[in-house]
Design a binder for this molecule. Structure first.
Ligand code: NAG
Length: 415
């Protein structure tokens, strides 16, 4: 009886929890995405997105997403949804990214825009509300951007969040709460969290150094001083170098021809260097002077930094050198749980079979190369047949610590 009551209460709570999904895009209806996504015409040579699950995947249909298909291009496409405000609610922005091309340099992020964005004119400088997701360039830039627009200015997060840089699909989630806290998750696990005020410079500093305050003239901040009673010993001053007492004028030295003979000079063992008085504690020492702080008159708190009134467009506006990135499973909602569940159903269901397929392809490739090598070696010389170390190394690199999760995720016969 009690259990039934509990179930009833839970069901009722759920019914009233009122989760809202503002945008969801899984690309499950073939070419129809073209009617939902608008290519920008701001430039004439934007790269083309194509719909594909890529060269390895967990599910040939469900894993289809938008893939960048041309190298060294800008990409600019966006999709519209019913405008909303995140006032008083969480804002969750989530999507999957797969850099199956071994990305060298390129964006893997989304931008969320005000509804008044003119989609055909979207470009790098178009004002957005939020920019979120991975960005990779060379070895030095491998980070997750979290940029919020506040009063017309873009503010970058002050923390460094590392992004994934392998070739598998990863789930990126940004949660922005109305209490001005945030959370970043990768693959449904929190990688960063904190508060807007602390982790971005939206507002001027709360405290500043008092401009009126000055270090008093007589402030003594010398911890040690010379001992006045100390004096230089009389025998202190000795020459730094002296003539070598062991030097002898060579027998055949000719003063007329060679000039006056002088012995070589050597360092003086009695030389003591510059004399300095002993140091003693300074009786007047006051410690280091600390500049007093006052409330910054420029600072005023803002409890609505998080709030965006007219969210209406999500866009992929990025540059890629080596193309091949696949974006999929976009979700914008006010429900954290819903997003996690959606992440589980999409990325969570895909990751194990995707990895398996990739590994099988690599294994097949390795075998093929091995065969080729063998043939070549038999033709040439049997002695030199050890040329396949490279592939072995690669395989080790590609095996992350996710094996534990993979086993439980899906039955082995899923492929
Ligand atoms: C998502 O999957 C993880 C791992 O299997 C699980 O712990 C979590 O409860 C799931 N979340 C939801 C909302 O279903």
């Amino acid at each position: 009886m009690q259990i039934q009551l509990l179930q009833f209460i839970c069901a009722t709570l759920f019914a009233f929890s009122n989760a809202e999904v503002f945008f969801k895009e899984q690309f499950l209806d073939g070419d129809a995405w073209r009617s939902r996504w608008v290519n920008s015409e701001h430039k004439s040579d934007y790269g083309e997105f194509k719909l594909t699950a890529g060269s390895f995947y967990g599910d040939a249909e469900k894993d289809k997403g938008l893939q960048t298909s041309q190298d060294a291009r800008f990409y600019a496409a966006s999709a519209r949804f019913e405008p909303f405000s995140n006032e008083g609610k969480p804002l969750v922005i989530q999507f999957t990214v797969k850099h199956e091309q071994k990305i060298d340099c390129g964006g893997g992020y989304v931008k969320v825009f005000p509804a008044d964005l003119e989609q055909t004119q979207m470009h790098g400088e178009s004002q957005y509300y939020v920019m979120f997701g991975p960005d990779i360039c060379g070895y030095s830039t491998k980070k997750v951007h979290v940029i919020f627009n506040y009063k017309g200015k873009n503010h970058l997060i002050k923390k460094e969040i590392k992004c994934k840089d392998d070739e598998l699909t990863h789930l990126y989630t940004l949660i922005l709460n109305s209490d001005q806290t945030y959370e970043v998750k990768i693959d449904n696990e929190q990688v960063e969290s904190g508060s807007l005020e602390e982790d971005w410079d939206f507002l001027p500093a709360k405290k500043i150094k008092d401009p009126e305050a000055k270090k008093p003239e007589d402030w003594d901040d010398r911890a040690k001083i010379d001992d006045e009673t100390d004096s230089k010993p009389e025998d202190w001053d000795q020459p730094e170098n002296i003539p070598d007492p062991d030097a002898k004028k060579p027998e055949d030295w000719d003063e007329e021809m060679d000039g006056e003979w002088e012995p070589a000079v050597i360092p003086n063992p009695d030389y003591k260097g510059e004399w300095k008085p002993k140091q003693i504690e300074n009786p007047n020492y006051k410690g280091t002077w600390v500049h007093p702080e006052i409330d910054n008159p420029e600072y005023s708190p803002d409890a609505q930094i998080y709030k965006f009134d007219n969210i209406g467009v999500i866009g992929l506006d990025l540059w890629q050198v080596k193309s091949g990135t696949i974006f999929d499973n976009f979700l914008i909602t006010d429900d954290v749980k819903e997003a996690e569940e959606f992440g589980n159903e999409t990325w969570g269901a895909t990751k194990a079979p995707e990895k398996k397929m990739k590994e099988e392809q690599e294994e097949a490739k390795r075998k093929e190369d091995e065969e080729k090598n063998k043939e070549q070696n038999t033709e040439a010389d049997d002695e030199e047949g050890e040329g396949d170390d490279e592939d072995d190394d690669e395989e080790e690199e590609d095996a992350p610590e996710e094996d534990a999760d993979d086993d439980e995720a899906l039955p082995k016969d899923e492929l």
